[in-house]
Design a protein around this ligand. Structure first.
Ligand SMILES: *[C@@H]1O[C@H](CO)[C@@H](O)[C@H](O)[C@H]1NC(C)=O
Ligand SMILES: *[C@@H]1O[C@H](CO)[C@@H](O)[C@H](O)[C@H]1NC(C)=O
Ligand SMILES: *[C@@H]1O[C@H](CO)[C@@H](O)[C@H](O)[C@H]1NC(C)=O
Length: 323
């Protein structure tokens, strides 16, 4: 019985502490009614609820903010010099500026991720990425890019890029021959010697630039998903480091013989993902036979490899020869 008293004292002190901290919580939550207000940006970006600035993670994002003027980027270095990840997605910029995006003479050397996807960007401009020397991940997906000769140095300021996302990035309305030529020049000028991954999915491509992999000595993965490819020809001497190519959802009825003989036949099993419906005609026999004989091709990178092997072996192409 004698021992109870101090215990009671302790309990009552604990209760007080809890009560105090509970009321102070209640007090703060009355002050900050908006739970996201801790992500309110400093400076002019703070006026846009679509923008969130996370100072702990050094991240800024403005999603569906409807910005039209790229001058909005110039607010970033004033308040967030050490920022590491920037996402502006769902705006309507049309063109990147013909001077550096974040301002003349600005260097954001902590910036490693720049995501400017889905902004209706048409023209890139060669100086836009100047002052961003440490970008590793660049996402330009879901834009309407049309390359011009004056854009071919666009990637020349960001030599450390490892991942380049160009998913549904180009408009399909302009002459592809010319666009491919400019694209490959832009890639060569970029000297992207660390690039490991390039995403060119969803671009309505009926062919790909023959020397596409050549500017990228470290390239290991290519994503060509959801294009209109019927065949694939690439310079095989530049494909030596490639570990996987995703060719799903195209219209393949053949793969270039040189590509098969000098690349596909020597890659590890399941390096080529080909989730395609099989087109079949009098000329398909050779290709179908190859598909059945190779283990380079699979229908799912994982986890259904065994099943896909069975499916592949089950492919039978029946065609009637003309009498
Ligand atoms: C870029 O941002 C969009 C929108 O938030 C997101 O869906 C996409 O995955 C991001 N890209 C990368 C490479 O993280
Ligand atoms: C595209 O441009 C090339 C090179 O100028 C030209 O030879 C070709 O005919 C053009 N293609 C179309 C479809 O206009
Ligand atoms: C293929 O790539 C090699 C190595 O970069 C190059 O020397 C050769 O000219 C290329 N072939 C063609 C036909 O472009």
């Amino acid at each position: 019985m004698l021992n109870l008293k101090p215990v009671n004292r302790i309990l009552s002190i604990l209760c007080q502490i809890i009560a105090v901290s509970w009321t102070s919580d209640a007090y703060t939550s009355m002050q900050e009614i908006d739970p996201n207000s801790k992500y309110t940006c400093k400076g002019p970006l703070g006026e846009f609820p679509a923008c969130a600035c996370n100072e702990m993670d050094l991240e800024i994002s403005c999603i569906n903010a409807q910005f039209v003027d790229t001058d909005v980027f110039k607010n970033v270095p004033t308040y967030y010099k050490g920022i590491s990840k920037i996402t502006f997605h769902g705006n309507n910029f049309q063109d990147l500026p013909d001077d550096p995006l974040f301002g003349e003479n600005v260097v954001l050397d902590g910036l490693t991720v720049l995501n400017i996807s889905a902004n209706y960007i048409v023209n890139l401009n060669s100086k836009a990425l100047r002052g961003l020397p440490n970008i590793r991940i660049l996402d330009l997906s879901n834009n309407e890019i049309v390359l011009r000769p004056e854009d071919v140095y666009f990637l020349s300021h960001t030599p450390k890029i490892t991942h380049l996302y160009l998913r549904r990035a180009f408009t399909s309305l302009v002459n592809r021959t010319i666009q491919f030529d400019l694209m490959v020049r832009m890639f060569y000028n970029g000297k992207l010697h660390n690039l490991q991954y390039i995403d060119l999915s969803f671009n309505y491509l009926t062919s790909v630039p023959y020397n596409l992999p050549c500017p990228f000595p470290a390239l290991t993965k290519i994503d060509f998903r959801q294009n209109l490819l019927q065949s694939l020809a690439m310079n095989t001497s530049c494909l030596q480091g490639i570990e996987s190519i995703d060719l799903s959802r195209n219209h393949f009825n053949d793969l270039d013989k040189n590509f098969r003989d000098n690349f596909a036949n020597s890659v590890p099993a399941n390096s080529l993902l080909m989730r395609n419906s099989f087109h079949c005609d009098c000329n398909s026999a050779d290709y179908i036979q190859w598909i059945r004989s190779t283990n380079a091709v699979c229908h799912s990178f994982f986890p259904l490899k065994e099943q896909s092997t069975r499916e592949k072996v089950a492919i039978i192409c029946i065609y009637s020869e003309s009498p």
